[in-house]
Design a protein around this ligand. Structure first.
Ligand SMILES: [Zn+2]
Length: 383
């Protein structure tokens, strides 16, 4: 924490400038696109979270109430079992990539601009909200193009200096000021660069609230050195904002843009929980992710215009751990009761994942899809 405060000081010396995006007009069927990703969540994870929260006959989770349901193939260009980089690159840039690639072909083939870049091009604002490091693979594909997901400093540099992502909330503070170059050769004080580019830097819940209330339009929120604290490990007095709070903050800031916005919200730690075969952690992260979906649903429902002009997609990039539920086999569990669970591994699996959606263009997602189809539907919604 100490060295980050020093970095903030140096950033303050660099100076903060509040920049507003130029207002341009755009005719399109979706003013806003929100894609929400429970990383590594399979269908059995949904059954478990819903059953534990509400019982087998209880209410659905928030994302289960979206109007349309489909499913997607998740394989990458070079593997039936994708990683998060290739999986999210398929959504962001509309074609298959090799594992590790961040909307970038190592063989030099050109790539399309990402859906976030297209949104920015037509005057919209953009945000990335995650619970892992903000420069990890899933958010990276929307705001950067690099040959490997390990180029974390370069990903951060591109967010701030090339793509101009307006709202960045999550962990991964250590990537923003380092003397050791990443595999792309990038190093240095990105916080200084952020200050020069007009970002307000925030490091805890209160600072985030203040920046939002103060009308900041560009916010860099870095709440942990690496990933944020899992729900099951959070102390009651934690100063880290939770995913639903970060989502609400991003909506408040981004909707100030009259041209609309693109927003990614990732429940990043669902994947980590599944890698660890940690069932309580998995439940905590999925239910927190679902609270973030409920936050978006409430935002949509309080204004008919928002609901009519916002494409909302909830989709997992791949399944992790081969999680399943094997019991109890003799009685139905009550809410909060125990389930018998099992895992087939600690890595990603190749099974298809579900796609829940509503809003303009979402009817095209209610079918058997490839992950690259998500890009096409989002691009079409921008027209
Ligand atoms: Zn993933």
């Amino acid at each position: 924490m100490q060295d980050f405060r020093m970095s903030l000081l140096s950033t303050a010396i660099c100076g903060f400038l509040l920049a507003l995006l130029p207002a341009t007009s755009l005719a399109g069927s979706a003013k806003n696109i929100i894609i929400m990703v429970p990383d590594g969540m399979g269908l059995a994870d949904v059954t478990a979270a819903r059953t534990i929260k509400n019982g087998p006959n209880g209410d659905p989770l928030s994302f289960e109430t979206l109007q349309h349901i489909g499913y997607q193939r998740s394989h990458s260009a070079n593997s039936l079992v994708t990683d998060s980089a290739a999986a999210a690159s398929a959504w962001a840039c509309g074609e298959k990539f090799n594992n590790n690639e961040i909307c970038y072909h190592a063989d030099g083939r050109p790539v399309r601009p990402s859906i976030l870049e297209l949104a920015k091009k037509v005057g919209k604002s953009a945000g990335l909200v995650v619970t892992d490091g903000i420069t990890e693979a899933t958010p990276a594909v929307f705001g950067a193009h690099v040959p490997t997901r390990d180029c974390r400093q370069e990903i951060g540099r591109q967010y701030l200096e090339t793509t101009g992502v307006d709202v960045l909330l999550g962990g991964g503070r250590k990537e923003f000021n380092t003397e050791t170059p990443d595999p792309c050769g990038t190093k240095g004080d990105l916080l200084c660069s952020a200050g020069k580019k007009g970002y307000v830097l925030v490091t805890d819940r209160e600072e985030l609230k203040k920046a939002v209330a103060g009308g900041s339009r560009k916010i860099l929120g870095l709440f942990q050195a690496r990933g944020m604290t899992p729900e099951v490990e959070r102390p009651a007095a934690s100063l880290e904002p939770r995913l639903p709070e970060m989502t609400a903050a991003a909506l408040t800031v981004l909707e100030k843009d009259q041209d609309g916005f693109f927003l990614l919200v990732e429940g990043s730690l669902v994947d980590k929980a599944n890698h660890r075969n940690n069932y309580p952690m998995q439940l905590g992260e999925i239910l927190a992710f679902d609270e973030a979906v409920a936050t978006v649903k409430n935002w949509l429902m309080t204004d008919r215009k928002r609901a009519d002009t916002t494409l909302l997609i909830v989709v997992a990039d791949h399944e992790t751990g081969g999680f399943t539920i094997t019991g109890p086999d003799s009685s139905l569990p009550a809410p909060g009761g125990a389930l018998e669970t099992a895992w087939t591994g600690k890595g990603h699996s190749a099974v298809d994942t579900l796609v829940w959606s509503e809003g303009p263009g979402s009817e095209n997602l209610a079918r058997a899809l490839d992950n690259t189809d998500i890009y096409r539907v989002m691009v079409e919604a921008l027209r």
